[in-house]
Design a protein around this ligand. Sequence first.
Ligand code: FAD
Length: 295
Amino acid sequence: MNIAELFDHKKTLFSLEIFPPKKDSPYNVIYNSLLKMRGIPADFISVTYGAGGSRAQQDKTIEIASLILQTYHTEPVAHLTCVNADRQQVLETLQQLTDNHVENIMVLRGDIAADSPPKTDFKYASDLAAFIKAHQPGFNLLGACYPEKHYQAGSMEKDIENLKIKIDNGITHLITQLFFDNQKFYAFRDRAEEAGVRVPIQAGIMPITNHKQIERTVALSGASVPAKLRRIFDRYSNNEKALFDAGIHYAIEQIMDLIANDVRGIHLYTMNNVEIATRVSDAIQNIITAENNNL
Ligand code: FAD
């Protein structure tokens, strides 16, 4: 199924993101997590792709996407990065995706690793989008966007100009980088609309539920941390259970506000954690259903 078509009859999508197990981690963990997540009514589940990973590691993205489709009958989105890929590799991956009936691709550049110079066939995600459309036009393409600007972009204006190239090259739907301050999202959405971005923008939400995430995810993403979330970190970072609950509640409040402000979808970064996915989903499903019934 082409996910873009869902927007014809749904106002608000709900989707999950998972990642393949890291090298040397057991694969049955992700299969068990998916088994437990199967009751969650997600419009699609996206599977990340390690930009610098080995071929075998990257094949796992397709394997898991295929499992999501064949076993759980949910639409998968396979992420695909181009920073370390050449044209031939991309053509092979497209063939594998076709063989596995995966129709939707999240088209990405990937981060440039300091110790591995990028390959030269594709410079930006927009180049990959154009290449896919030229060779296999049947794929539906999604892309990434950044409510607080991509870290390499000179300005938000320039970043949005570049986003438009990506859309002109075939991206039908955007998912944002994680953010904690909805005002940043609304300001970005307004600017993108003013600049002529007409494709649906789904909000990427990551509940911060443990101490490690505060240090790594929050620091690395560069996302602004509102005073309320900072207080949660300060008060509960030494209390595992309280921090978990507070992180979930913060995300649910954030989502409720986004829905009230007509967001076109929520994309939950689950970190492969079944409890996070289930608790957030349980809290918002009736509301999302009501939004879609009122369309
Ligand atoms: P691009 O859209 O190519 O943009 C990168 C930079 O180049 C931006 O600063 C942009 O303004 C600029 N730019 C774009 N086009 C042009 C142009 N024509 N001329 C000049 N400048 C230009 N990473 C992974 O490795 N695996 C994943 O599975 C993964 N999934 C992600 C999912 C989401 C929803 C998001 C938000 C990010 C994900 N990432 C993933 C991270 C992503 O790969 C990095 O953020 C990366 O640095 C940028 O990727 P992009 O596709 O947004 O790049």
